[in-house]
Design a binder for this molecule. Structure first.
Ligand SMILES: Cc1cc2nc3c(=O)[nH]c(=O)nc-3n(C[C@H](O)[C@H](O)[C@H](O)COP(=O)(O)OP(=O)(O)OC[C@H]3O[C@@H](n4cnc5c(N)ncnc54)[C@H](O)[C@@H]3O)c2cc1C
Length: 380
């Protein structure tokens, strides 16, 4: 589309940049910040198709997590012990970077611990996870500087008020934050460094010209020297052949509950369900595994199958003795792939991508954005 009535000044200052980033989620913002911090003279703009970021970064559950025990057991099978150690290191480093850049107060970060729940019928899995506690404590002690991150916490089952659960494993370093506050703070930092963030601007295609890249958008044509896609689940729409698929996450939140017993972040059924307290409300999400086919979508929305299962879980396991009402439901879109690590690469000369945070972008997003920004800087 050709934008009409653009002034000379608008074209020069908003439609030309040294680096153009697509996507204003956690990865895109972090990439922009690192580029401006290291090379303040480069002009950096971000184009975002939504009025607000419209993927996962402001729609997620706010778990500042680096892996529950059963997730780590599964992930070790996929990538091996050394690669998993490296990946946990990146998640941890990403979290620490986010905390030191934004500050815990601005993130509303609370370290209340994370807990994984198991039912009696999950005995084989819970036994396996309990038997792996010392292995994973040993594996991550150089990363976290703590030698007993994971512990059994069965004694807390009653105090949280759960029903039908007989095994609880705690990760004492897991934290929770407010993803809206996180993105607001990152936008503030990026803007203070001179990054231009333009919303309601969908990138439709790009084309290499002699020394520049022409980027066609819903608001007209932009020109840039370097183009970086931080579009996560939507990356395949403009860069086909990337090894990633979308995965929708459905979430609900209750109205405030008097004397709510649970506090912290909770994982259930190998991480396919997750819930936490948000003050005195409960936020619950997950259930993609009920129908992977339908949930492999770029469309936001809710389905009766997932919503009814979430409600049942709330009524029967999480809040069995407490009346509650649902206040709000929403969904977000994640990116998954055969490998656990993000794709951070140059896909064509001067065109880069940093995508596929595999559902754990709060932890690994800052690190991914930073690595992507450094990759772009090296190419100048
Ligand atoms: C329901 C849910 C719960 C989650 N819970 C957690 C959690 O508790 N902890 C955790 O660590 N992670 C969680 N995640 C995952 C985490 O949110 C993501 O991994 C992370 O936000 C990915 O960040 P990103 O910047 O790569 O992508 P996104 O935040 O998706 O950003 C990509 C942006 O690109 C924009 N875009 C796409 N295409 C275009 C285009 N053509 N033109 C312009 N803009 C475009 C999109 O609008 C979007 O804003 C959850 C995700 C969901 C959906």
């Amino acid at each position: 589309m050709q934008a009409t009535n653009l002034s000379y000044w608008e074209k020069a200052n908003f439609y030309r940049s040294d680096v153009l980033i697509v996507g204003s989620g956690i990865v895109g913002l972090n990439a922009a910040i690192i580029i401006k911090k290291q090379q303040p003279n480069l002009s950096v703009s971000i184009l975002e198709r939504g009025f607000l970021p419209s993927g996962a970064s402001t729609k997620n559950a706010g778990f500042a997590c680096f892996g529950s025990l059963s997730e780590l057991v599964e992930q070790e099978k996929i990538c091996g012990t050394n690669a998993l150690h490296q990946l946990i290191g990146k998640r941890w480093k990403g979290l620490q970077k986010l905390r030191s850049m934004v500050g815990d107060t601005k993130l509303d970060l609370q370290i209340n611990g994370g807990f994984e729940l198991f039912k009696p019928q999950d005995f084989t899995l819970s036994e396996k996870c309990v038997s792996k506690i010392s292995h994973f404590n040993e594996l991550i002690k150089d990363i976290t500087s703590n030698d007993s991150v994971f512990n059994t916490a069965h004694q807390q089952i009653n105090s949280f008020g759960f029903d039908g659960i007989d095994c609880l494993i705690e990760n004492k370093l897991e934290a929770q934050l407010d993803p809206g506050k996180m993105i607001k703070a990152l936008v503030e930092i990026a803007s203070s460094l001179g990054v231009v963030i333009l919303s309601n601007c969908t990138v439709n295609q790009f084309e290499q010209e002699e020394n520049r890249i022409l980027v066609a958008t819903s608001q007209g044509n932009f020109k840039t020297k370097k183009l970086l896609f931080c579009t996560n689940a939507f990356a395949n729409q403009l860069i086909p052949d990337l090894q990633l698929k979308p995965g929708r996450g459905q979430v609900l939140i209750t109205k405030p509950i008097e004397n709510l017993k649970l506090k912290g972040t909770f994982h259930y059924d190998k991480g396919y369900y997750y819930f936490r307290n948000v003050g005195n409300r409960v936020l619950l999400g997950g259930g993609r595994n009920l129908d992977f086919f339908t949930e492999e979508t770029h469309q936001f929305g809710e389905t009766p199958l997932v919503q009814n299962t979430l409600l049942r879980l709330l009524k029967e396991v999480i809040l069995p003795y407490t009346a509650f009402e649902i206040e709000q439901k929403w969904s977000g879109i994640m990116a998954f792939g055969p490998e656990l690590s993000p794709i951070i690469e140059e896909v064509k000369p001067n065109v880069f991508c940093a995508v596929r945070c595999n559902g754990m972008g709060i932890a690994i997003g800052s690190q991914t954005g930073e690595e992507a920004g450094e990759m772009v800087l090296r190419s100048f």
